[in-house]
Unconditional design. Structure first.
Length: 150
């Protein structure tokens, strides 16, 4: 199985686990005399099986990430950390840009005027640059994911 396939399977297992958690919570308590729509004990057993699969898969994914490198020689784990950091930096810039774009609420001269304290144009350029770096890095990671065999 390719690393990319394992990542897709991981996402599916995580969605299934979230669904099971919700179904367990909904079936855990019923009014006296009623029956739950599903047996919560069976759901708990199914969740345990999904967690076992997920644990094994996560180990394989982490092991592959530690052992492989991108075309440029960067360890895959370093590239993943860089991607996460770029995404967080981008998020911070987007929050600053969004906060500075407060629409005017003045109806008269005596009302409060909002003034941006950041250079939105400069921040937008930085955010655009980070987006490009993120796209390029994601492309390199995705390429590696489809080549790496677990």
């Amino acid at each position: 199985m390719k690393l990319a396939e394992a990542l897709l399977l991981r996402a599916d297992l995580q969605k299934k686990l979230a669904s099971l958690k919700e179904r367990i919570a909904q079936s855990a308590v019923v009014q006296q005399g009623d029956k739950p729509h599903e047996d919560p004990n069976k759901l708990l057993s199914e969740a345990a099986g999904v967690l076992d699969q997920l644990e094994k898969l996560l180990f394989q994914i982490n092991e592959a990430n530690l052992q492989h490198k991108l075309k440029d020689g960067r360890p895959l784990t370093k590239a993943l950390a860089q991607r996460d950091a770029l995404a967080m930096r981008h998020s911070v810039l987007e929050a600053a840009i969004g906060g500075a774009k407060k629409p005017p609420e003045r109806y008269g001269l005596k009302e409060i005027k909002w003034v941006a304290k950041v250079n939105v144009q400069k921040l937008q350029k930085q955010a655009d640059d980070l987006s490009k770096q993120l796209r390029v890095l994601n492309g390199a990671i995705q390429e590696a994911n489809w080549k790496i065999e677990l």
